[in-house]
Design a protein around this ligand. Structure first.
Ligand code: NAI
Length: 449
């Protein structure tokens, strides 16, 4: 029988980060993954979508080249080649993770791991995989999340894409109806719109991108509307019958005809199918309850990533894995969710870190708003012909930076500056005292303060 210091179930960003760190720190570690290493993030989430969105951006840049004094002639895209490039990148990064596991001395097992009840003869956690029993002193659960499928009449019979199928398509649908205006829905809306599909988004709340700054979400929606995406807010798809989609908005029903449906109404923690019930763990909200060290209610069992059900972001999962393994190694560092960046990789990009105005109002926290158009950054103006955008900073009464929200490229890159300031509890003056390189778009943060 194999005995390990740490067994990890799930090889996504939480699982492989934890495995690498544990292995490097000489913990005898086994990592179980039933599919490809890298999880949803690498295989059918973050990386593939960003790869496709980058192809769309290059195509758009070629079409816009004349605005920058460059002539490109006729522009065209080749979707099978875009998808093939995406697959090549996923394979390359996947091989990189496998190599890192090997370097760290982690044993990676491809197969479905099932947690077994503790036997009388041993105190360790027992996991069965491929007919073998593995015993481990500590167990880390990183099984991730799966797509929520709502019970919309006729939807399953008609068939629909989730992000997984949309990433594999060889053809751009003539028209695409996206159910759910969250992160996945809006990123795919941007991609397929750029490639020429007629895209409609149906969102049940009063604004897209719940959880992001509401005013900036409305501005992004406006930018995407100008590109031809149609939005139905406060609306629900009530039934599907082949190409006919029945939408209800303010009590009124209408029928649209579309060639494809993409479902993106959220994801939920994976809590079944791997013997979790034998541990009888406490739940919290839609996931497993954990404390600041990522410990579950069962001694020796930790959980990180989407299985905890509240952040559902790869970068949160990575930090949680660092905290969990740190704790196993005897460190006392607690998880902080103060400055988790949220990023929408549309064109233009949008990103936020820290509190939104909506969150501060609901928590009754007094704050002031500082805001500037992105055009105050020379670099932004140089690189974004006719581009709009905003940088908004929320401060407490004593000047502590509580939240930063940016619409405009490359928000995804510069938001990390804000994340550092918020995480460290910096005041506006602390960040203003830092020298930013000039000209960079990131200077907009310093300018806004
Ligand atoms: P989401 O929770 O971001 O958005 C789902 C949206 O669907 C919400 O706005 C909700 O109001 C709406 N909705 C729910 N039921 C509906 C219905 N029946 N009809 C119409 N609208 C409905 O979920 P999404 O976009 O599926 O993404 C899942 C997770 O993946 C997110 O939690 C996100 O954090 C993560 N993700 C992150 C990315 C990033 O950081 N760039 C990219 C892709 C996914």
């Amino acid at each position: 029988m194999n005995i390990y210091d740490l067994a990890i179930i799930g090889g996504g960003p939480a699982g492989y980060t934890a495995a690498k760190l544990a292995g490097k720190n000489r913990l005898k570690t086994v990592l179980f993954e039933k599919n490809n290493i890298g999880g949803v993030c690498l295989n059918e989430g973050c990386i593939p979508t960003k790869t496709l969105l980058y192809s769309a951006k290059v195509y758009q840049s070629a079409r816009d080249a004349a605005k920058y004094g460059v002539s490109c002639g006729a522009t065209a895209y080749d979707l099978p080649k875009i998808i093939a490039r995406k697959n090549k990148i996923v394979r390359k990064l996947s091989a990189g993770i496998r190599a890192r596991m090997h370097e760290a001395g982690v044993e990676t097992v491809t197969g479905e791991a099932i947690i077994r009840a503790k036997g009388e003869r041993h105190e360790a956690q027992a996991i069965k995989c491929n007919g073998q029993i593995y015993l481990a002193d500590k167990l880390l659960l990183c099984t991730g999340s799966e797509t929520v499928i709502p019970p919309i009449p006729g939807l399953s019979e008609t068939g629909f894409w989730t992000g997984r199928e949309a990433l594999e398509t060889k053809e751009v649908p003539e028209s695409l109806l996206i159910i759910g205006g969250g992160v996945i829905g809006i990123e795919f809306a941007s991609f397929f719109n750029t490639l020429g599909a007629k895209v409609t988004v149906v969102e049940m709340t009063d604004e897209i991108l719940t959880g992001m700054d509401k005013a900036l979400s409305a501005l992004l929606r406006n930018e995407l509307s100008k590109k031809g995406i149609e939005f139905h807010l406060n609306a629900m798809v009530v039934s599907v019958n082949g190409r006919q989609i029945e939408i209800e908005k303010a009590g009124e029903k209408s029928v649209s005809e579309v060639s494809k449906i993409l479902l993106s109404v959220g994801r939920k923690a994976v809590l079944t199918g791997f013997g979790l019930e034998t541990l009888n763990l406490e739940l919290f909200g839609n996931g497993l309850k954990v404390n600041g060290y990522m410990q579950t209610s069962c001694p020796g069992v930790y959980a990180c990533g989407d299985i905890t059900g509240f952040s559902l972001l790869a970068h949160t999962a990575v930090r949680e894995a660092e905290i969990a393994v740190g704790h196993i190694l005897g460190k006392n560092e607690k998880m902080s969710y103060k400055a988790v960046p949220g990023v929408i990789y549309t064109h233009p990009e949008m990103a936020g870190a820290g509190k939104t105005e909506e969150a501060l109002r609901s928590e009754n926290v007094a704050y002031t708003v500082k805001q500037l158009p992105m055009a105050y950054s020379g670099r932004f103006v140089a690189e974004n012909e006719q581009g709009n955008g905003i940088c908004k900073i929320l401060e407490s009464e004593d000047g502590t930076i509580l939240g930063v929200h940016i619409l405009g490229n490359p928000a995804s890159e510069i938001i990390a500056i804000a994340g550092i300031a918020i995480e460290k509890g910096w005041k506006a003056g602390d960040l203003k005292a830092v020298i930013f390189p000039h000209p960079t778009v990131g200077e907009i943060i310093k300018e806004t303060l």
